[in-house]
Design a protein around this ligand. Structure first.
Ligand code: CP
Ligand code: NVA
Length: 328
């Protein structure tokens, strides 16, 4: 005799957001449109409440300001509730198996947002949790941030800005989780993306392989290299991120020196902006290290969309919660 409750088998399969490939181009465009609509509604004081009576579990094994707060506020403003779980404050930090945590939280919550190290951790969470799991950043990917970035481009460059052939995108910096999710987005949407990353910091081979395979289907152009000026020349949207991601920060003076040497020249400064397309937009997911990957003048300058981008995390979090928690 099974102890599984009757009716479970007939539930529709739940969906997760572990990578932008879980969404596909059509859903990405729909989420961007919906997030823009939710932003307009909030501006008019009209707030839909589809999450009434629903709770979002928030597991964060790394620091976060934007992701954590935007999802918590999004849940609240949509009429729901968010529960924050730190590893130290829960049994996760004492080694309770993830698969047990996933099933228990899945019994209480209607979705789980998780920020952690390995992509395999979010995959295991999704396998065992009976509710949608949203990747709030891993070492490999940061899909919710890149969705807000795409929304920002559409908002500031107008409808159709994300159509193939409209804008030329560029990534300057580490081939990290953000770069990987940008490669996924470009591949899926058929965008033209050039990346300049330092020697010795190559993108993940499987992420690159899958992006190039998808690009050959959608007509996307994804070009990698080490020349910052070549990557930025004539580009409409320039994006960057910290030289050292969470968990990879240099600890000794020697490691700091090596990082500086490796990333020398990987900085969006005013001189590089002059090489980009006139009026090019600058994005940075934040937090930023002014004077390293971006200068203060560029971050605070007229071409910076960074704080619109940060605000848009909230509207995109709402669109995602609606989509995953209240489908249909
Ligand atoms: N950009 C971003 O994900 O910021 P947090 O680390 O503050 O969440
Ligand atoms: N690449 C950065 C992104 C922070 C939002 C990191 O993983 O630390």
């Amino acid at each position: 005799m099974t102890l599984r409750p009757a009716g479970c088998a007939s539930r529709p399969p739940k969906r997760d957001l572990l990578s932008l490939f879980d969404l596909g181009a059509e859903t990405i465009r729909a989420l961007v449109d919906r997030a823009l609509e939710l932003k307009r509604l909030r501006g008019r004081g009209e707030q839909p409440q589809p999450l009434r009576g629903r709770t979002i579990g928030m597991i964060f094994e790394k620091a976060s300001t934007r992701t954590r707060v935007s999802f918590e506020v999004a849940a609240f403003e949509l009429g729901g509730h968010a529960v924050y779980l730190s590893p130290q404050g829960t049994q996760i930090g004492r080694g309770e198996p993830l698969r047990d945590t996933a099933r228990v939280l899945g019994a209480y919550c209607h979705a789980i947002v998780i920020r952690t190290y390995g992509q395999q951790v979010v995959e295991e969470m999704a396998r065992f949790a009976p509710v949608p799991v949203i990747n709030g950043l891993t070492d490999l990917l940061h899909p919710t941030q890149v969705l807000a970035d795409l929304m920002t481009v559409e908002e500031l460059r107008g409808p159709g800005a994300l159509q193939p052939g409209r804008l030329r995108f560029c990534w300057i910096g580490d081939a990290n989780n953000m770069a990987h999710s940008w490669m996924n987005a470009a591949a899926l949407l058929g965008l033209d993306l050039s990346l300049a990353h330092p020697w010795g910091r190559d993108p993940d081979a499987e992420v690159l392989r899958r992006a190039q395979a998808e690009a050959s289907r959608t007509g996307a152009r994804i070009v990698l290299g080490h020349d910052v000026v070549a990557a930025a020349a004539g580009r409409d949207v320039l994006s960057t991120d910290v030289w050292a991601s969470m968990g990879e920060e240099p600890e000794s003076r020697a490691e700091q020196d090596r990082l500086r040497q490796r990333f020398a020249g990987f900085c969006i400064d005013e001189e590089l902006m002059r090489k980009a397309a006139p009026g090019a937009m600058v994005l940075h997911c934040l937090p930023a290290h002014r004077g390293e990957e971006i200068t203060d003048a560029v971050l605070e300058g007229e071409q910076s969309a960074v704080f619109v981008q940060a605000e848009n995390r909230l509207h995109m979090a709402k669109a995602l919660l609606e989509h995953f928690v209240c489908p249909g």
